[in-house]
Structure formats: structure tokens, C-alpha cells
Design a protein around this ligand. Structure first.
Ligand SMILES: [Zn+2]
Length: 328
């Protein structure tokens, strides 16, 4: 976790009650004393230590992996890919009033957790499409018999589709051969991209990101009414792991992760699809590790793998270790 110099400086000033100039002077003196062998940040740590102030709590709530979360931790930020949801249920409180509770299940590379939404917060469920990433700031953390719970309270903030987080894989998504996949399950596969199709574009609501549909001459979102739509996309490709092939379906975030591109770059192919050829050429033959949900496409009578997490650089060591384990 890297804390920018200015933040460290501000934290030292605040806690030591010294003016900024004085702290800067100390930092400079320390750097000179150590003849440039340390960074400004390193000097800050030493000064903080000398002044007896802790920089620990001054840290920005950097993102903590799910397996490292402990009951009672405060001011943390974590994230995961949505793997499922439990719909809102009403319950009666002791005083006779009623409340609502719903859950969002998430996973990151290290573990899984359940985000618990109470009362008005159950509305957030609408945005929790499986596969999208959600960032959680300041949840109340509880370890229950059912596992890790992140309770949404008045200080908690949920950000769906955050621009600064990607989840490369999901703990607990068991690896399967493509030939073994069955609908409705969440699994991990490792295979080669052998075919790729042009992205297809569709209109979405700028507020919630869900599909906006054309009625007469205006686009409508189910939650937000008439909207001026933005564009999202879905990319299909064929993945082959030697046992079988499957159609991989990548919605916007997953497409971006698969191709290593940004949203605005992807949108350029909407007007100029010819430009996509080079991207496609680069991707064919690439080995990817995907976690996602297997679904049946009734129209084409085939299974599809709806990618939730995309790792385009699966670790060779991890794959070798896996092979050795399965040989044993
Ligand atoms: Zn909307």
C-alpha cells in the first residue's frame, strides 16, 4: 500500500500538531542526513516514528483482499465480482415494524463473501448483475457461521463497475474441462481463444448501466424512464481446451479485460468495425483463464460460458502445480 507523500505529510502535521513547514523541514533534514539514500516517503516514516505518531490509521482505505478481512476491521475497502444474489425478504422486528434484507454474493482471487443489504439498501440489488465488479467501502464486517459478511450500513458505499478494480479470478470456482460443463454452475476454465467475433453494441441507461429499450423514438430504462442512452457491448469468442470448445460471452468489463482495452477504445469499433481485425489477430491463439457461469442458449441449443473474471496471463507456475497435484 503506497501512501502519497502529501497525505503522509498531512497526517504527520495533524497528529503532531506541528505546522507543515516544520515537518517539511524535518523531512528535508532527514534526507540530507541520510545523503539521499531514502525517498521522501521513507523520510516521512522515520520522522513520524521520531515524533511518536502512527501513519497506519492515516492510510487511505486501500483495497483489502477478502481472505484478509477480519471481524471488527474498520474503514476498509474491498471488492469482488458478483457471483449471485439473494432477493429481498421481509422480516418483522420485535417492535412490530417490518424490515427488508437481501444479499449479494461476491468473490475475488482469495475468497468469497456476502454483502448484506438492509431496508432501503436492498434497492442496490438491481445493479448487481452477476459478473460485474463491485467495490465496497466501509462495510461492517462480521464473521458468521455462513462465512464472511459485509453489512451495508449508513457509512457504506457500494460502487458497481468501478474503473480502478479488476478481479482476475475467483476463489472457489472449481476448474473444469470444457467437456464437463453443465448449465447453471460457476466454474473456471483454461483454454485457447480459437475464434473471435466482432463486438455487438447495444444501448444502456447512463445511470444504472442496464439495457435501455427503444419505444417509439425514445430510449427507456425500466428504473430511470426516458434516457439519453450510452453504448455497451458484448463480445463472443470460441474457447478450446482440448476436451471441447465453448462459446465465451464477454460483456463490457470482461471484454475490456480480455482485450486489454479501454471502454472508449472499444466504442471506436462501433463506427469503424474494420479496425477490430487487428485486435482479433492479436487474440487468436492466446491462452486465457476464465471464471464464469455456464448457461444454455436455447435459441442456438448450445452452452455458453458467461465470463465474470478474466485472466489473460495465467501463471505457468500455478498451472504446473495444478498438474502435479492432479497426478499425485
Ligand atoms: Zn437506469
Amino acid at each position: 500500500m503506497n501512501v502519497p507523500f502529501e497525505e503522509m505529510l498531512a497526517a504527520i502535521c495533524e497528529k503532531s500538531k506541528l505546522p507543515k513547514e516544520a515537518v517539511e523541514e524535518k523531512v528535508k533534514a532527514k534526507m540530507e542526513q541520510l545523503s539521499g539514500l531514502i525517498s521522501k516517503e521513507g523520510a516521512c516514516h522515520i520522522i513520524a516514528n521520531e515524533l511518536g505518531v502512527s501513519l497506519q490509521e492515516a492510510r487511505q482505505p486501500g483495497s483489502v483482499k477478502l481472505k484478509d478481512l477480519k471481524q471488527g476491521m474498520r474503514d476498509i475497502e474491498t471488492a469482488g465480482a458478483v457471483t449471485g444474489t439473494y432477493d429481498a425478504k421481509e422480516f418483522k422486528r420485535q417492535d412490530g415494524s417490518s424490515g427488508k434484507v437481501a444479499s449479494i454474493l461476491i468473490a475475488d482471487e482469495t475468497g468469497r463473501a456476502r454483502i448484506v443489504l438492509w431496508n432501503d439498501a436492498v434497492e442496490k440489488l438491481k445493479e448487481a448483475t452477476p459478473g460485474i465488479v463491485v467495490k465496497i467501502q466501509n462495510p461492517f464486517i462480521k464473521q458468521s457461521q455462513y462465512g464472511l459478511e459485509l453489512h451495508h450500513n449508513s457509512d457504506t458505499k457500494l460502487v458497481f463497475n468501478p474503473s480502478d478494480v479488476t478481479i482476475a479470478s475467483q476463489a472457489g470456482a472449481s476448474r473444469k474441462n470444457i467437456s464437463e460443463l453443465a448449465p447453471g454452475q460457476i466454474h473456471e476454465i483454461l483454454g485457447t481463444v480459437v475464434q473471435m467475433f466482432e463486438p455487438r453494441y447495444f444501448e444502456v441507461c447512463p445511470s444504472c448501466g442496464r439495457r435501455a429499450r427503444l419505444r417509439e423514438s425514445t430510449y427507456f430504462c425500466d428504473s430511470h424512464g426516458a434516457v439519453s442512452p450510452e453504448y455497451s457491448y458484448v463480445l463472443n469468442c470460441v474457447i478450446d481446451d482440448g476436451t471441447a470448445t465453448i462459446r465465451g460471452v464477454f460483456f463490457s468489463k470482461q471484454s475490456d479485460a480480455l482485450l486489454g482495452m479501454q471502454h472508449h477504445q472499444m466504442l471506436t469499433f462501433k463506427e469503424a468495425p474494420a479496425g477490430f481485425q487487428a485486435v482479433k489477430d492479436k487474440m487468436l491463439g492466446k491462452i486465457v483463464k476464465l471464471a464464469g457461469r455456464v448457461s444454455k442458449n436455447d435459441m442456438f441449443d448450445r452452452l455458453e460460458f458467461v465470463a465474470q473474471s478474466v485472466d489473460t496471463e495465467p501463471s505457468a507456475e500455478a498451472e504446473l502445480a495444478r498438474l502435479e497435484r492432479s497426478d499425485a
